[in-house]
Ligand binder design. Sequence first.
Ligand SMILES: [Zn+2]
Length: 421
Amino acid sequence: MKVKILGAAMEVGRSGFLVSDNNTNFLLDYGVLLRKKGKAPAYPLHVKPKDIDAVILSHAHLDHSGNIPSLFISGHNKVYATPPTLELSKLLLEDMLKLEKNFCLFGNNEIDAMMKNSKMMNYGNKIKINDSIFELKCSGHVIGGSTIIIESGKKRLFYTGDINPNGSRLLSEADLELDEIDILITESTYSQTEQMSRAESESGLIKFANEIMEQNGVLFIPAFSVERSQEIACVFQKNNFKYPIFMDGMALKVNKIISKYPEYLRDPKIFMNTLNKITQIRNNKDRENAIHNPCVIISPAGMLVGGNAIYYLNKLAFNKKNGIALVSYQGEGTQGKRLLDTGKISIRRNDVNVQARVRPFEFSGHGDRNSLFDVIKKIKGNPTVLAIHGDIKSCTMFSQEIKEKFGFRSYAPKIGETFTC
Ligand SMILES: [Zn+2]
């Protein structure tokens, strides 16, 4: 079995791995690395559609799915994924097309072709192509998110995709019931970071929200529209939060998609109760009405770039009775990162001090250092390990530690490298 690294080598973004055995070639994920406004996204290495037997998509996030439609410019491939992954991918790809229209390699026709050629599979289904069999298991990272297992000859490969071994309010933990593995491709995002415990993050957020409510303020929570917005709303619901909760933007479309797949949720009842509790914001009038009384507003974008975040910042950030809770990862160069580091935001190219109280909370959909090592502990066999999807330090240190602690052959691969086992 051979693995060629097409992307996500010592970086977070543009995932893509070509897995080959005898006469079968699988492409695992094919994403983009979105960069600052005005800069073209980075793509994984090129592959010819005719050289691939099947594309297997781990989950909907654009760093895993965002370049798949480009395979349909000159070819047709079957794309295998869970039903929620396919539906959410379509939503995110169409959104990317709007935001990045000057840079996208493909258009709506290619997204449509991708959807027409997609093959739904649920966790545990096994698909056979030539002499190889593949399967998806729950990754705990996002709704419909999967790990991927490929068996070919006597070799077995396990790709974690993005993984959360603990799951969340919304999602079950990753399924790590596995047979012996020969190649492990593991994400490394937080391999060098220990995160606040989930219980601490939840109680901290609820306490902060109540403090803001008691001083008659509004708590603005910028959050990614897929999963994080819903997860945060569920946290408030589960903690019997007494004040109104509003939700805005693309998160509302995602709510509709998630409600179609209750079997992919840990506890569909909490999610449905949460949907009944929140008030949807549809337009500027709703927005204007919401901000005058104590309440929580959950709205994209998670890093305060685009979406309705600008509206809420303008209205709420300059009054100290209000609060801003950052519950998503804040990428370098984003407004959210600037706010977190300096307490300022940039408005019309001027840096302005924010008066509202700002607090970060950790609700990551990725496993942290301890839980990533828990994944490695559960791996049976003596695999070759490829540590990808993390910054340089996270991939190289993780690979080094796996070698030292478990004795596995372990690498932080470079883009374009090929490994055989
Ligand atoms: Zn992801």
